[in-house]
Design a protein. Structure first.
Length: 389
């Protein structure tokens, strides 16, 4: 069936038909332990019973209403999401479908805020080298990795990249006469799980505040509990002007959100922005389950504990193939001496699904609900693959 698809993905040779918890099953009935969660999307695992129930009950009512109107479930989802993000300073939300769409919305808000307050010319968005913010032309323009830019220029004007951790470069880049916003990932996931330095993030927040530049956190991969705090930026003790969320927000259904704090909550007006499927009732019903589950007492602490279990087992091997381990909650990056893709192939053959992030880095983003025994089982399979390299 592959010849019906455009050749945009380097796919592994498997097609899944069902899943449960941390496991997927292929056409032949073979089971695979999932350390990917659909790249941080299936955060509660596969066929999570409360999620299945909520989606089914909503589907029996209605699937969609256009944004001329509102739905009870979207209202409840928006209220709960804003409340969950209120400690980070958020006040209002726009609901869309994806992370790229959320980041597009964030850039629009930053530019309109600056234009209305300071006039033309103050529209540049600063982001970091090594970042990933999406695959639309504008979010590619904000992405600081050249490998994603090939063949797609010219790009949207008004984006600038600086090296993460360089405070002098940050100070120079945040020119109050030309810059509208600073877009950061607290942990750069697509680069290979690289957390930003705490002092750097705090300095960035202070400079943005002094110069009235909107501080925007892309929490699409690292948010919603993935790091052991509800938002990754909360681990740095700073508040944002704008936050973007997606991936795990719908537990497997397409949901994106851009949230805004006091400065930016009323920037967009009627007709400024829109999304046909934004606030979709099925997605909102799923999102409510995700928010309720992640905010259960002790749930985030368990994510942090499981992440330490991953790190502890991997470090304990002292394996000659492993050069470096980086982990924050259930975001784990492992740099290898050899190339990563043969490890993905070898792991698949053993019934384990893992990710890469660049040519020499393995990435693990397992479901939050993964069990300790499954962590140990999957890592044991991985060690066998590494031992054979």
């Amino acid at each position: 069936m592959e010849h019906y698809f455009m050749n945009t993905y380097h796919r592994l040779p498997v097609s899944f038909v069902s899943g449960e918890g941390s496991w997927l099953k292929d056409r032949s009935g073979k089971k695979y332990l999932d350390f990917t969660a659909g790249i941080a999307v299936n955060c509660l695992g596969h066929a999570y019973p409360p999620l299945v129930k909520a989606i089914g009950e909503q589907a029996a009512k209605f699937n969609h209403v256009c944004n001329y109107y509102q739905s009870d479930v979207a209202e409840a989802f928006a209220e709960k999401l804003v409340a969950a993000c209120a400690p980070a300073g958020m006040r209002k939300v726009f609901l869309g479908n994806s992370g790229a769409e959320a980041n597009e919305g964030a850039c629009k808000i930053a530019r309109k805020y600056s234009l209305r307050k300071y006039g033309p010319g103050r529209h540049t968005i600063v982001s970091l080298k090594g970042s990933f913010h999406g695959r639309t032309i504008t979010t590619l323009s904000a992405t600081g990795q050249e490998r994603f830019h090939q063949d797609f220029g010219p790009f949207t004007e008004g984006f600038r990249f600086i090296a993460p951790g360089d405070l002098d470069a940050l100070d120079r880049a945040l020119d109050p006469d030309s810059v509208a916003g600073l877009l950061l990932e607290a942990i750069q996931g697509e680069r290979g799980i690289f957390p930003l330095d705490s002092a750097y993030v705090r300095a960035a927040a202070e400079l943005c505040k002094e110069r009235d530049i909107l501080l925007m956190f892309d929490e699409i991969q690292c948010g919603l509990g993935r790091t052991g705090t509800f938002l990754a930026c909360a681990g740095y003790g700073v508040k944002a002007d704008i936050l973007t969320l997606a991936k795990g927000l719908g537990g497997g259904l397409p949901v994106g959100a851009v949230l805004a704090g006091d400065k930016a909550q009323d920037v967009l007006g009627i007709g400024d922005h829109g999304s046909t499927f934004g606030g979709n009732p099925l997605a909102a019903a799923a999102g409510l389950v995700v928010l309720e589950t992640v905010q259960e007492p002790g749930f985030l602490a368990e994510i942090a504990r499981k992440g330490e279990r991953f790190r502890g087992v991997l470090s304990g091997w002292q394996h000659p193939q492993i050069r470096e381990i980086r982990a924050k909650g259930l975001m784990i990056g492992v740099d290898l001496q050899s190339e990563a893709w043969p490890v993905l192939e070898g792991a698949l053959a053993e019934g384990l699904l893992v990710l890469s992030a660049g040519p020499h880095t393995l990435r693990f983003l397992p479901p939050y609900t993964i069990k300790d025994a499954e962590i140990d089982q999957g890592l044991d399979l991985l060690k066998g693959v590494l031992d054979r390299l």
